[in-house]
Design a protein. Structure first.
Length: 130
C-alpha cells in the first residue's frame, strides 16, 4: 500500500466521521418523526378497539428549546391520541444530569418538567428512573 492510498483512506474515514457527527448534532436533534403503527391484539376487549396511544420520545428537556417541544406536542395533538406516553431520554448529552443545574430533578416543580407540562395539551404525570 502506498502513501497516497493510506492518505486517501484516512480522508474518507475522516469525512465519514464528520458526516456522522453532523447528523448526530445538527440533523437528528431537529428531526420530528411521525409514524402510525397499527397493533392487532386478538383478545383485546371490544371497548378498546381503536384506542390510540401517542408517544413522545427522547425529549432531552435540558437541551431542547421550547419551540421544538411545542412543535412535537402540536404534531402529536393533531393525531388526537386517547393517551400520551413520554418515553426515552428526558435528559440529554454526555455529562448531563437529572439533578444538575439547568436540567431537571425528580421534583414535580423542576424546570424541565414544568417546561414539558406547559408544552403538552394534556395533564402530565412522570415516572423518572435511572
Amino acid at each position: 500500500m502506498g502513501f497516497r492510498f493510506v492518505f486517501r483512506l484516512l480522508l474518507v474515514l475522516l469525512f465519514a466521521v464528520a458526516l456522522a457527527a453532523a447528523d448526530a448534532y445538527l440533523v437528528e436533534p431537529r428531526l420530528l418523526v411521525t409514524e402510525r403503527v397499527t397493533v392487532s391484539i386478538p383478545s383485546l376487549p371490544e371497548n378498546l378497539e381503536g384506542f390510540t396511544i401517542g408517544v413522545l420520545s427522547d425529549l432531552h428537556l435540558d437541551l431542547t428549546p421550547p419551540d421544538r417541544l411545542r412543535s412535537a406536542s402540536e404534531a402529536l395533538s393533531r393525531l388526537d391520541p386517547d393517551v400520551v406516553v413520554v418515553v426515552g431520554d428526558f435528559s440529554g448529552g454526555m455529562g448531563s444530569s437529572l439533578e444538575g443545574p439547568g436540567s431537571f430533578s425528580r421534583s414535580p416543580g423542576s424546570p424541565g418538567l414544568v417546561k414539558l407540562r406547559r408544552t403538552l395539551w394534556q395533564p402530565v404525570t412522570t415516572f423518572l428512573s435511572r
